[in-house]
Design a protein. Structure first.
Lengths: 281, 180
């Protein structure tokens, strides 16, 4: 054995191991952090590694048949709870998105009318016994809401508050025959009042009454609140004129209005609790 | 000049190189070797040890260097470490069998166990302790040492394959011309 340590073979072994150590030091201090040996080996080894990865990819399905069913059951359970969680998040997301849209719609109105005091509210129930789709909001007198406060979505009229509780309020929409709003048509500047009938309400329409036979209101005209009466601020949009019809009881004419917003589908609204009306100013 | 008697040696060397490459592929590709209770088989260690035992210290050095270089391509940590380590244990196993031990299965188990355990402990110490700064024994006991045990347990398969190849493909002894 002593002769081995004196032999050329042993010296060669020591030289090789020393060179490998130096390679490690070079790798530690160079920017690529790779020793020369590893770099060369990488070039040779890469096709083999690719082949191995390809084999694994092709045999993954076959390997799956050796996995116990209990493991799959556990995975299915986990995935089902993930799905439930994601569904909840999706619902939350849609709700938040709708809220954001209503806030964005209201932002422009608030900028133009800084005197408006607004309370945001959500529809929490619809009165199924009411033929005219009155809704209940989740805010009440504790939020400053009072009877006859207007309810809007952006700059579009939804209805008016008719009952107020501490934490809720009931809103009658523009599709309720008992709701009358002073309005005017913006092109012709003709004024009237908006209300509806049972048959029009069923179709989701209301009307602008009080027009003379010679009215210049035409289809396509936009009907807005006039601010008279003090319940509604001026220039909130009620809807668009679709057609003119003659009253059955007298010689006057009325314009059928399609509301700007589907009042039955809105969930997030704003209640105008205070504003400076034209009457006051 | 090329001799036909040297052909088995050439074939043997090519086969041993192929075994090292296949061992590197199996070890470094996820899904090719079974993972037993979270422990992975470190196939290159028994391959290099067996080649060193059967072929001598120089072959152990060279094949250890090649296998370690392939391992370094896929490994993180100190680059060149695996090349150095496998070259060292390949050479050392050849020296031990040449001077002290016999080329037997039990000898292979001894050398393989020591090599695998030393590698696992050193690698755990160099990576977990130095990076995390905490003696995380759960990693050592749950991952690294079980890997060394599994590696040793299956090393007999590698030993018999390499020993068969080395004994079958020996260089033929030159004919002695009989004097009439």
């Amino acid at each position: 054995m002593k002769n081995f340590f004196k032999s050329t073979k042993f010296k060669v072994i020591i030289c090789v191991l020393t060179a490998l150590l130096c390679g490690m030091l070079i790798a530690a201090f160079t920017s690529t952090s790779e020793s020369p040996v590893t770099s060369i080996a990488g070039v040779i080894y890469k096709p083999f590694q690719k082949a191995a990865a390809y084999i694994v990819e092709k045999t993954q399905d076959w390997q799956g048949s050796f996995v116990s069913s209990s493991e799959y059951k556990e995975q299915v359970k986990e995935l089902e709870s993930d799905i439930l969680e994601y569904n909840e998040k999706l619902v939350d997301y849609e709700r938040t998105k709708q809220k954001l849209e209503s806030y964005e719609a209201m932002l422009g109105v608030k900028n133009e009318n800084p005197d408006y005091e607004l309370v945001s509210a959500s529809v929490i129930s619809k009165n199924t016994a009411d033929a005219y789709d009155s809704v209940t909001l989740d805010k009440g007198s504790t939020s400053g809401i009072e009877v006859n406060d207007p309810v809007v979505y952006g700059e579009n009229v939804i209805g008016i508050v008719k009952e107020v509780g501490l934490a809720t309020c009931v809103v009658k929409t523009v599709l309720d025959p008992s709701v009358n709003i002073s309005v005017y048509e913006i092109k012709s500047r003709e004024s009237g009042y908006s209300n509806t009938t049972a048959s029009l309400s069923y179709e989701g329409l209301c009307r602008m009454s009080g027009l003379s036979k010679e009215t210049s209101v035409a289809a396509g005209g936009i009907v807005c609140t006039s601010g008279l009466g003090g319940n509604f601020p001026r220039d909130l949009v009620v809807g668009t004129v679709t057609v003119l019809k003659s009253e059955e009881t007298d010689m006057s004419v009325y314009a059928v209005i399609e509301p700007a917003v589907d009042v039955r589908a809105v969930n997030d609204v704003f209640v105008i609790t205070d504003f400076i009306s034209d009457v006051e100013s | 000049m090329f001799r036909l008697e040297g052909l088995p040696v050439v074939i043997k060397r090519i086969l041993l190189f192929a075994i090292v490459v296949v061992a590197a592929m199996l070890q470094n590709t996820d899904g090719l070797l079974p993972v037993i209770f979270g422990a992975r088989i470190i196939l290159l260690i028994p391959v290099v040890v067996c080649i060193g035992m059967c072929e001598g210290e120089m072959s152990g050095l060279v094949y250890g260097l090649i296998g370690g270089a392939f391992w370094d391509v896929c490994a993180s940590g100190i680059d060149g470490f695996h090349g150095f380590y496998l070259a060292f244990i390949g050479c050392l196993s050849g020296i031990l069998v040449h001077f002290i031990m016999r080329n037997r299965l039990l000898t292979q188990y001894c050398i393989c166990t020591v090599s695998a355990v030393f590698y696992c402990v050193f690698y755990w110490f160099a990576t977990v302790y130095s990076q995390v700064g905490d003696m995380n024994y759960s990693k050592l006991l749950g991952f690294y040492l079980p890997g060394a045990v599994i590696t040793t347990a299956f090393s007999f398969i590698v030993y018999f394959i390499i020993r068969f190849i080395c004994s079958s493909l020996k260089e033929k002894e030159p004919r002695i011309n009989s004097v009439r």
